[in-house]
Design a protein around this ligand. Structure first.
Ligand code: 13P
Length: 340
């Protein structure tokens, strides 16, 4: 294992206040988002949408890495240029989602475990040959009455650690994503408690599996109240709680933390990331970056709606969100950026 190389890749992904663009929706998830906007759920439409994303001008100024999906990593622009090549030429490092989705956890009603370890070694070797330099695996933790259980947290954390170890052996930087979902009416305090427990277990398992922390990126949720919780804390309160939780649980050897957006609005995700960087920068041992899917893509997708004529406006919207989040990394984002 070449830790130095992994470390360099991890650093490059978030250099110059850049972040990651998650464009790794599985076909069912991508189709669901398309269906909501009346876009045909076909291979062609998915390919055209991903072409729109990877050919967005100047994207590489704000995005250091893009996470692809198995279908997408094999696709090309309409002129035949592979997406991987387009990304590399734009200065964006290609990555790949390698988990095979969250499935019901036997014996734990209402809880899930992420599958995909079987055959992973071979898949990683193939993705590396195709040009991927980092990978992503998402574990899903639900909050509800008596949930999450210890068993669910342990099973997911161990799978994340086994995945991360295999990635590093294959020369890919693992993006380790334990997502505590926002669904529900739980409070911010409850999200804090669960996120802390999950992250402690994840780092214990990463240590047990001999994962080099210097050569990975953590992709956690922010500490937020449930979507249907009546009391929604302010941007600063969310920033404070999130940083407090991460300072307790994430070793300083980890080079970067890149948040998922998890269903927050695009503006709120930028504002919260901005507040964390503005209020805590000098105290943080790791870079606080982003790895958003919806919070970068959704406005662009809503403008595109599957029509060629809307491509320029959608590209502009995508670049705008990427730029807002880069500004948030510097603590320079403000609501005024949205009206320009
Ligand atoms: P969201 O930012 O839409 O939560 O997606 C991030 C991601 O990669 C989910 O696995």
């Amino acid at each position: 294992m070449n830790v130095q190389q992994l470390e360099e890749t991890a650093q490059a992904l978030v250099a110059e206040d850049k972040g990651l663009l998650a464009m790794d929706e599985s076909n069912p998830t991508c189709n669901k988002r398309f269906a909501q906007l009346g876009i045909p759920q076909t291979v062609d439409a998915r390919r055209a949408y991903r072409e729109l994303i990877v050919t967005t001008p100047r994207l590489g100024e704000c995005i250091g890495g893009a996470i692809l999906y198995d279908e997408t990593i094999r696709q090309q622009k309409s002129d035949g240029t592979p997406f991987i090549k387009v990304l590399i030429e734009a200065g964006i490092i290609p990555g790949i989602k390698v988990d095979q989705g969250a499935k019901s956890l036997a014996g734990f009603p209402g809880e899930k475990v992420t599958e995909g370890l079987d055959g992973l070694r071979d898949r990683l070797a193939e993705y590396s040959r195709l040009g991927a330099r980092f990978a992503k695996w998402r574990a899903v933790i639900t909050i509800s009455e008596g949930v999450p259980s210890r068993g669910c947290i342990a099973a997911n954390a161990q799978a994340l650690a086994r995945y991360a170890a295999l990635c590093q052996q294959a020369g890919l930087v693992p993006v380790v994503e334990p997502e505590v979902l926002m669904d529900g009416d739980h409070t911010l305090d409850r999200c804090f408690e669960v996120t802390e427990e999950v992250l402690r277990e994840v780092f214990f398992q990463l240590y047990s599996q001999r994962v080099a922390l210097e050569g990975m990126i953590l992709k956690p949720n922010m500490v937020v109240p449930g979507l249907s919780c009546l009391h929604q804390e302010s941007v600063d309160e969310v920033a404070d709680a999130t940083v407090k939780c991460l300072l307790r649980t994430v070793p300083a050897a980890v080079p970067a933390i890149a948040f998922l957006s998890g269903g927050q609005s695009a503006e709120l995700a930028s504002a919260r990331l901005n507040a964390m960087n503005l209020r805590f920068t000098s105290r943080l041992p790791w870079a606080l970056a982003f790895s958003f899917a919806r919070a970068i893509q959704q406005p662009a997708l809503e403008l595109w709606k599957g029509h060629e004529a809307n491509v320029p406006a959608a590209k502009q919207a995508l670049f705008h969100r990427a730029r807002c989040n880069q500004a948030a990394r510097r603590g320079e984002y403000s609501a005024a950026m949205e009206t320009r």
